[in-house]
Ligand binder design. Structure first.
Ligand code: 2AM
Ligand code: CA
Ligand code: CA
Ligand code: CA
Length: 263
């Protein structure tokens, strides 16, 4: 079984390297950018073509698996039975369009609902963060990562999505106030890499399954907590207000009340 996972990991790694090359090539031509639900929710020709490419290759690698993809080229899932691949072809599309930087390609592989392998590929840095229970660890390319220090909320930086903070969804102000400071990177994948590397101690955002599928596998394998903002398990078929944090910071955040905003 372990050998099968190793072989699968090799295939996914090769697939993602090819996908990255294609994305870099396509970035040299003008992008076609369309709005989805609103002018801040974008999709480009590269999001679409990369998802189509990934899903086609995944079906070759793993013919009986089902695939959930953000841009809708995969399967409509009602459950997570069997093997399910969850794909975000470009995470941080706004950064991709405006910065040509700070975006990721992400894949999570689940077996009967349990995350086994996660991949977050920082395209411009060319570092592939990958691992999970099936590999017995988490790696940045070949380098094995240590679990980030289990620091308390007061001692570290917290990542958050821009809209959450602007609209003060939940009790963001109180949480940010209790931390050492807030950072907003505009890509769930990049935010989750920062937690893996100990640069931030957590991330709070309203996320869809493809935004968190890979990161959940990786962060849990590194001893972090991945739950809803209320500390409940995520529903991986739906949207969640997600809290990812070190164990201590999660405990601190769960204790903060809605009316704890004393600035
Ligand atoms: P995306 O670029 O793959 O859509 C931006 O703050 C982060 O939140 C990105 O990781 C982005 O992923 C994700 N996100 C989730 N829902 C979003 C939405 N409706 N609009 C913009 N970004 C969204
Ligand atoms: Ca999107
Ligand atoms: Ca995303
Ligand atoms: Ca995306």
């Amino acid at each position: 079984m372990a050998e099968e996972w190793q072989q699968l990991n090799k295939q996914v790694t090769d697939l993602l390297k090819t996908a990255r090359e294609q994305v870099l090539t396509k970035m040299q031509a003008p992008l076609t950018v369309n709005e989805k639900t609103n002018r801040k929710d974008l999709v480009t020709n590269v999001d679409k073509s990369n998802e189509q490419f990934l899903i086609k290759q995944i079906h070759q690698i793993d013919p009986t698996a089902r695939v959930l993809g953000e841009e809708g080229f995969g399967d409509a899932l009602q459950d997570l039975k069997g093997r399910v691949w969850i794909v975000d072809p470009i995470d941080g599309t706004m950064n991709f369009v405006k910065q040509r930087d700070n975006f990721a390609i992400m894949i999570g592989i689940y077996q009967d609902g349990v995350g086994q392998l996660g991949y977050i590929y920082d395209v411009m840095q060319d570092v592939l963060y990958h691992g999970g229970p099936a590999l017995g660890g988490v790696y940045a390319d070949e380098r094995r990562l240590e679990a980030p220090a289990n620091i308390a909320l007061a001692d570290g930086l917290i990542g958050a999505s821009g809209p959450l903070v602007v609209h003060d969804v939940s009790h963001m102000q109180a949480i940010v106030h209790a931390s050492a400071g807030m950072r907003v990177y505009g890509s769930a994948g990049i935010e989750l890499i920062n937690i893996m590397l100990g640069k931030t101690l957590g991330y709070i955002s309203y996320l869809k399954p493809w935004d968190i599928a890979a990161g959940k596998v990786l962060l849990e394998a590194l001893g972090c907590q991945v739950t809803t903002i209320d500390g409940q398990p995520l529903d991986m078929l739906s949207s969640n207000l997600v809290l990812v944090a070190t164990e201590k910071a999660q405990r601190d955040i769960l204790q903060i009340e809605e009316d704890d905003v004393s600035l």
